[in-house]
Design a protein around this ligand. Structure first.
Ligand SMILES: *[C@@H]1O[C@H](CO)[C@@H](O)[C@H](O)[C@H]1NC(C)=O
Ligand SMILES: *[C@@H]1O[C@H](CO)[C@@H](O)[C@H](O)[C@H]1NC(C)=O
Ligand SMILES: *[C@@H]1O[C@H](CO)[C@@H](O)[C@H](O)[C@H]1NC(C)=O
Length: 180
């Protein structure tokens, strides 16, 4: 009787192991590297980024960083293949950024989805949440996920300001994504 029980227990254990062993079948890791330019237009009649909220501030000092701290912007910026705003549109970066630094340097909290509407990544997106010290020559931001081609993505963006005209900027991006 005891032997039968032990056999039964072993069988159940074997079944449990088979049923619940994770499988990597069909999940092949890929790496995608891409480059694009983002156009951030804050001024003029057709801005792509607008201030939607700010702190209820009675700050009267002259420090521009302290004065802008707490400002929140909504953006919908075009992404193109080259720095020329008229070059092939690859998609749009949509989301919210906010002035998150009170002193020393401008630093933004970025919460953005980069969505592609043309080319090889059409229909796919990836999402970025991170700190962006905009005055630094090179900024790194983490990619926390994605959709479509970029499901389960992990990665990072390297952003560099390509040019600035008044408040409007063209930002170069190199993105590395690991996804399935
Ligand atoms: C800002 O306003 C608050 C509330 O009215 C007040 O207590 C505070 O002293 C003010 N700060 C400055 C720097 O004026
Ligand atoms: C992108 O995908 C959409 C939906 O599948 C399609 O309608 C559109 O023509 C595609 N655009 C390009 C430029 O391939
Ligand atoms: C992206 O990588 C290319 C090739 O290595 C380089 O020429 C370019 O400066 C990089 N751009 C950014 C924004 O880092």
């Amino acid at each position: 009787m005891a032997a039968v029980t032990i056999k039964l227990l072993l069988l159940i254990a074997a079944l449990a192991l088979t049923c619940c062993t994770p499988t990597t079948e069909g999940l092949k890791r890929s790496i995608t590297r891409m480059q694009f330019y983002m156009h951030d237009v804050v001024g003029g009649p057709n801005p792509t980024a607008v201030r939607v909220a700010g702190r209820l501030s009675n700050y009267t000092g002259t420090d521009p960083i302290a004065a802008l701290f707490g400002s929140v912007y909504m953006m919908d910026n075009p992404l193109t293949a080259t720095p020329d705003p008229k070059s092939a549109l690859m998609g749009r970066a949509q989301g919210i950024y906010a002035m998150a630094s009170q002193r020393d340097e401008f630093s933004l909290l970025m919460t953005l989805t980069y969505g592609f509407t043309g080319g090889a990544y059409n229909g796919s997106t990836f999402s970025v949440v991170g700190r962006n010290p905009v005055m630094s020559e090179e900024r790194e931001m983490p990619v926390l996920g994605g959709t479509g081609m970029f499901r389960l993505a992990r990665g990072f963006c390297i952003a560099r300001t390509h040019s600035v005209d008044q408040m409007n900027g063209i930002i170069g991006y190199n993105v590395t994504l690991i996804h399935y």
